[in-house]
Design a protein around this ligand. Structure first.
Ligand SMILES: Cc1cc2nc3c(=O)[nH]c(=O)nc-3n(C[C@H](O)[C@H](O)[C@H](O)COP(=O)(O)OP(=O)(O)OC[C@H]3O[C@@H](n4cnc5c(N)ncnc54)[C@H](O)[C@@H]3O)c2cc1C
Length: 439
């Protein structure tokens, strides 16, 4: 595709600034307007690459069903644009402020991932800004080492400034059905069965307790019997226990978890009707993130609790065992379940520890646990159990691995090779030191 003059001009400015920073021997960090990181982000002494302007759709091709986008476009903006064409990105992470570049540089998923895989598996091409100011295009044909090495690199090889991603046709509404289960075995058996079903468009689940869990199936429909609205007084996650069938607009389905940050908005008391009524404008992940960041900087950790914010991917065969562990030893509820199936890229994704063509269940749990144990007690337990069950966890939050353990999970020789080729002077930190900080 032909790139716009605006995009090329912005790239030129950025590339020049980055190569000057490199000449000064400065390390590089990102300046963004939003973030969904839950681990400390140290920017001290770094030259901050201002990418806030890389937030646009460059082109949508309804025939090929692709979108060419700038790397820091939020999914909120992107979904608004694609829906004008009756299309949606094949995989849309559940929070409005997640950006396409951020989702690829982590391992983004959502409730269509049982069908389309992870976010990076829906990418056709990327343009990466390297630490010396060079721009490199990569795809499975052009610079394939960078294309297959970039997912899960968390900005330690370069920054994705432009991506071409696949779209799917949407319909105006999504009909959802919530099916309750009282035991995990039948719930996971049903997941395996439904993931083989191509007629289904979306599938995720919610665990309320060891004896109460639901699977939510979503299907695009042209018409709706009635339309629910979970953007204000009604709370989506509570509706799951109340209703067996429901209809949302396609857009509201995509953002159903954003209004209450799944259920984490409870920490801001906005699930109380009296307070909620006054704060319609605040009911979104952008506001919660801002408040959280501010409260962390104003209120230092007072001890007595451990923050457990994790997304853990477990092969479906071991999901019942992880479920039991989670309920008996961690005790956080609700828990989000998102089945996803990796695809076989033919050569693997270098920094992804996930096996190809395998069905996983992502367990997302985000809360604080009162504790008298040493720091990191619960997070370490989760990491050990995940390793034991052949799973992996997202690196967007705190990690406690020691270096040997970490590089047993992630492919050190491949990573070293990628670093030598694309960041030989270590302008960016290395993956272990970036994602695993001593707490
Ligand atoms: C409550 C909660 C729910 C979540 N739900 C989901 C979910 O449903 N689906 C899902 O996929 N994820 C989910 N996440 C995780 C989220 O996708 C990751 O945190 C993701 O990396 C955030 O992307 P971001 O765009 O906000 O990037 P940031 O938070 O700004 O950055 C994340 C990391 O990526 C790097 N990075 C950012 N942009 C780029 C770029 N363009 N090129 C290279 N590196 C870059 C940054 O340097 C940083 O290391 C959830 C997290 C939480 C806390």
């Amino acid at each position: 595709m032909e790139l716009t003059a605006d995009y090329l001009r912005k790239c030129e400015t950025l590339a020049a600034a980055v190569s000057q920073a490199k000449a000064r021997g400065q390390r590089i960090g990102l300046r963004k307007s939003t973030s969904n990181l839950f681990r400390p982000r140290s920017q001290a002494g770094k030259y901050l690459v201002d990418v806030r302007d890389f937030n646009r759709v460059l082109a949508i091709d309804p025939q090929r069903m692709t979108a060419d986008v700038e790397g820091m476009i939020t999914y909120e903006t992107l979904v608004d644009e694609t829906l004008r064409y009756g299309l949606l990105p094949a995989v849309v992470p559940q929070l409005k402020t997640i950006t396409v570049g951020g989702a690829v540089s982590g391992l983004g998923i959502e409730s269509s991932s049982f069908k389309f895989g992870l976010v990076h598996e829906t990418v056709e091409e990327m343009e990466i800004l390297l630490g010396d100011g060079r721009l490199v295009t990569c795809s499975c044909r052009e610079n394939p080492d960078l294309f297959f090495g970039f997912p899960n690199s968390y900005g330690t090889l370069g920054y994705a400034l432009r991506l071409t991603i696949r779209l799917i046709p949407a319909k105006p509404y999504v009909r959802v059905t919530h099916t309750g289960f009282t035991d995990p075995d039948s719930c996971f058996a049903r997941i395996a069965e439904r993931c083989a079903e191509s007629a289904l468009d979306y599938l995720d689940g919610t665990i309320f307790s060891a004896q109460e869990m639901y699977l939510t199936e979503g299907e695009f429909v042209q018409n709706a019997a009635s339309i629910s609205d979970y953007t204000y007084m009604d709370i989506y996650y509570k509706s799951i226990q109340r209703k067996s069938e429901d209809w949302l607009t396609a857009k509201d389905y995509i953002w159903r978890w954003d209004t209450d940050w799944f259920w984490c908005s409870k920490h801001f008391h906005v699930q109380r009707p009296g307070i909620r009524r006054l704060f319609k404008w605040a009911l979104n992940s952008r506001t919660y993130q801002r408040i959280m960041r501010l409260s962390h900087s104003l209120l230092p950790d007072s001890g007595g609790t451990e923050s457990v914010i994790q997304d853990v991917d477990i092969p479906i065969v071991s999901a019942p065992e992880f479920f039991d562990f989670l309920m008996s030893e961690i005790g956080i509820t609700p828990v989000w379940m998102c089945p996803f199936k990796t695809r076989d890229s033919g050569r693997g994704w270098d920094l992804s520890p996930l096996q190809p063509s395998q069905l996983y269940v992502n367990f997302g749990f985000w809360d604080v646990i009162p504790t008298t144990h040493e720091k990191g007690h619960f997070n370490r337990k989760i990491e050990r159990k995940t390793i034991e069950l052949g799973g992996a966890k997202g690196l967007y939050s705190t990690a406690w691995y020691d270096e040997t353990e970490f590089w047993n999970i992630y492919d050190k020789p491949r990573y070293t090779q990628l670093k030598q080729t694309y960041d030989p002077q270590d302008v960016f930190p290395d993956l272990y030191s970036k994602c695993v900080r001593r707490h």
